[in-house]
Design a protein around this ligand. Structure first.
Ligand SMILES: *Cc1c(COP(=O)(O)O)cnc(C)c1O
Length: 447
């Protein structure tokens, strides 16, 4: 425990964690586990989660006054960095005109237009409040469209905490090594088939047996919730071919990759496919710029089934919220080619240095990529599936994580998560990370 709060020379951390500990104690009395999303607890790495008081650009400041280069970036949304002036202005202007109306308003139209313009196969979107709602609604829509019930997902892919999609899920479910979630009805889990990722033969065999019952295959466009495991060449194309041949829909979950991997998400890197695009897409994270807004969308004839034009019900009191829409629009408009270039440069500089430091310390590891999105597995590569990802040395990661934290760099507190960078990660922030890495690599090695 004490070793977790000792800081190295030149550290910008080092002010202790008394205030975070006090807040955690207060929080634990009124919030289960003291957190509102499980991955925020340091369950897999031990120690005290830092309560953050403010964020500016690439940096977080916690309630004890420690400063960290942020490599969580709110798990993806803060692609322009914290409190970006253009986004802040858009939010302030929108908020000054009122927070929520429960009527249609212009900002939501502009945000929908921006998404539809960027992702070519998406004709229409419906705005919702979280990625979970987006995948939940996309599944309902696919079931309504096909009049079938069964959904296929892949082990290690996380699609939010939707009942039917929690089986063998990534993210926090992987971090805490949970088999599945309690409270999911057998009937719901029974309508879900879980297959190994990157195994098209398993998909073909499943469709050969139960093809007429399957409403949809849902997949992360490039999984990032078991660590980054990109689709093998031809895998996405294979999913498209098999689903189409059996009258099922393909749902591409771009909640994490959307507008991060490229201006049109992972689709912009891997598509278009000879067999055609996915029928439905889900988005979140970056498109809200840090506010609770997400979307699902796709082919116009499928989207036409949604209420009020069709029989598939879906709704939301705060959906398309004008302030959140303004934040999302300002963020997407800020995602210029220069921003994507900068993300690539920052990610590669950090990943290369991390790999070099781990190699120097003889720590087995592999870096995997989906565009400029990356993660480091604490095992030899390649990692092609959740079974592969699960065999990494999570204890070595825990030591690595805490040494980084002590040296003022906040990684996601799990080895099953991507490391997120922003365009605000300037030379000073990157240099700070590079200085921390050799210390952390030695800690990972147990030295
Ligand atoms: C984060 C995430 C979700 C869930 O989004 P929430 O806003 O947390 O509900 C769904 N799918 C993927 C791929 C994600 O990364």
């Amino acid at each position: 425990m004490t070793s977790h709060v000792v800081s190295g020379p030149g550290s910008v951390a080092g002010k202790g964690v008394a205030a975070s500990e006090a807040l955690l104690a207060r929080a634990s009395a009124v919030i289960p586990g003291g957190v509102n999303s499980p991955v925020r607890a340091f369950g897999a790495v031990g120690g005290t989660p830092r309560f953050v008081a403010s964020g500016q650009g690439a940096w977080l400041t916690d309630v004890d006054g420690n400063r960290y280069v942020d490599l969580i970036c709110s798990w993806g949304p803060m692609i322009l960095g914290h409190a970006h002036p253009d986004v802040l202005r858009a939010v302030q202007e929108a908020a000054a005109r009122g927070f929520s109306f429960g009527t249609p308003s212009e900002n939501e139209v502009a945000l929908a237009e921006e998404i539809v313009t960027r992702v070519e196969p998406v004709d229409q979107v419906r705005l919702v409040n979280s990625g979970t709602e987006a995948t939940m609604s996309a599944i309902r829509l696919a079931r309504g469209y096909t009049q079938r019930d069964v959904v296929v997902k892949f082990a290690g892919c996380y699609h939010g905490h939707v009942d039917a999609l929690l089986a063998s899920a990534g993210s926090g479910v992987a971090t805490f090594a949970l088999p599945d979630s309690a409270g999911v009805p057998k009937s719901s889990a029974g309508e879900t088939i879980v297959l190994p990722y990157n195994d098209i033969a398993a998909v073909e065999a499943t469709f050969a047996g139960r093809g007429e019952q399957i409403a949809a295959v849902i997949t992360e466009a490039a999984p990032g919730n078991m660590g980054v495991v990109p689709p093998a060449p031809g895998f996405t194309e294979g999913l498209r071919r098999v689903t189409r041949d059996h009258g099922a829909l393909l749902i591409s979950d771009e909640v994490m990759t959307g507008f991060r991997c490229s201006r049109s998400g992972f689709y912009g890197l891997e598509g278009p496919y000879a067999a055609g695009p996915a029928d439905l897409f889900t988005f979140g994270k970056v498109m809200g710029g840090g506010f609770p807004i997400a979307a699902f969308g796709g082919r116009a004839d499928v989207m036409a089934l949604l209420a009020p034009s069709g029989p598939v019900y879906q709704a939301g009191t705060l959906s398309g919220n004008p302030v959140a829409s303004a934040a999302g629009l300002a963020t997407l408009r800020g995602c210029t080619d220069e921003v994507y270039d900068r993300l690539g440069t920052v990610a590669h500089t950090i990943a290369d240095a991390a790999s070099e430091a781990l190699t120097a310390a003889s720590v087995p590891h592999t870096v995997q990529w989906a565009g400029s999105m990356f993660s480091i597995f604490f095992r030899e590569g390649p990692v092609r599936s959740y079974d592969d990802a699960k065999t990494q040395d999570t204890e070595a990661f825990g030591r690595f994580f805490h040494a980084m934290l002590d040296h003022g760099v906040h990684l996601p507190p799990s080895s099953f998560e991507a490391w997120f960078v922003s365009a605000a990660h300037d030379e000073a922030a990157v240099e700070h990370v590079l200085e921390a890495l050799p210390h952390a690599a030695r800690a990972a090695a147990g030295r």
